[in-house]
Design a binder for this molecule. Structure first.
Ligand code: RIB
Ligand code: CA
Length: 320
């Protein structure tokens, strides 16, 4: 069996693509899904996760709900402007009913039990705010050795999306993001929006997805609000499938090209709150300036068409 994977998510239209990518990939052992507030409130992200796994025929995958708000300060607003009021363009009700009950334990407890039971280190793909991951590492520091790596969708090197400076997942809980990216020394891959925007897919790709089978058709049916938002954000009729790019790296290590770079997270309350400050100065200068923050593998490039084809082929190929 290939990658042992846990996804921490706030579905979310692009989360839906990411969950389907993992759930329909035969070489992925999807151990569990944990949910977090983010695009929409926790109750909605949790319901959406259960129904998306039912859509993919994965009633075998346990789901546990986690943080309903950030670690320290309130969540200023949701991502409904892009994902619709229910997180899935108002179409969540079209999805199948959940194939199983929500786990009776919280997300951190499920993460701990799955990691402790795993015979080898597990990949975790956080594709929403990092609150659950910060809580996991703070409450169970010994669990680090059971984590192979965190493959995180988040951050922006040159600019943000929720604000001029900050990308939504980091902006939603900067304190949690800083704990994970700067203080915890767990192997991290950070997949920033600079790259995920370059991986955007167009109407032709979405049409192929829709024609690929029942799951592809359902996923495409979740996109109308998201397409409307990305027409403005990208300037063409397509979408940025941010989270699917991160999960592609989680399940196909090396599909993204990364650079080891120090990352800081702005936690002040100025205009840059939630910004990821990535130090791209040359190493010799960084050393001279005594820059000793831990390096993060920041995803900087990929074969764009190869990535788009990988996601489409995996989702299409995984449908019975
Ligand atoms: O900025 C993009 C990220 O924020 C994605 O994870 C999307 O689902 C939203 O959560
Ligand atoms: Ca997300």
């Amino acid at each position: 069996m290939g990658t042992k994977l846990i996804i921490d998510t706030d579905p979310g239209v692009d989360d839906a693509f990411a969950i389907a990518l993992a759930a329909l990939s035969e070489d992925v052992d999807l151990l569990g899904v944990t949910t977090v507030f983010g695009n929409v409130p926790l109750s909605a992200t949790t319901r959406n996760a259960l129904r998306l796994l039912a859509l993919c025929g994965r009633g075998d995958v346990p789901v546990a709900a986690g943080a309903e708000r950030p670690l320290v300060y309130p969540h200023p607003h949701r991502g409904t402007y892009a994902h619709g009021a229910d997180g899935l363009s108002g179409r969540a009700e079209v999805l199948p009913q959940p194939g199983r009950e929500l786990e009776p334990v919280d997300a951190v407890s499920l993460l701990v039990s799955l990691l402790e039971a795993a015979e080898e280190p597990v990949t975790i793909a956080p594709i929403g705010p990092l609150t659950n991951i910060a809580l996991l590492l703070a409450a169970h520091p010994g669990i680090r050795e059971k984590i192979d790596r965190l493959v995180i969708m988040g951050g922006g090197l040159d600019h943000g999306n929720t604000t001029a400076a900050a990308e939504f997942n980091i902006w939603s809980d900067p304190e949690a993001a800083r704990r994970v990216l700067v203080e915890e020394h767990v192997p991290c891959v950070l997949v920033p929006m600079d790259l995920t925007h370059r991986c955007a897919v167009d109407a032709d790709w979405l049409a192929k997805l829709a024609a690929s089978g029942s799951v592809g058709a359902a996923l495409n049916g979740l996109t109308p609000d998201y397409v409307e938002y990305y027409k403005k954000a990208l300037g063409f009729a397509g979408i940025a499938m941010h989270d699917a790019v991160a999960v592609a790296e989680a399940i196909r290590p090396g599909i993204l090209r990364t650079e080891e770079l120090p990352v800081e997270v702005e936690c002040s309350f100025g205009p840059s709150r939630g910004a990821t400050v990535v130090d791209r100065r040359r190493p010799a200068l960084r050393a001279k300036m005594n820059q000793d923050a831990p390096a993060v593998a920041v995803a900087v490039d990929t074969d764009l068409d190869g990535l788009r084809g990988f996601v489409l082929d995996r989702i299409a190929g995984g449908q019975s």
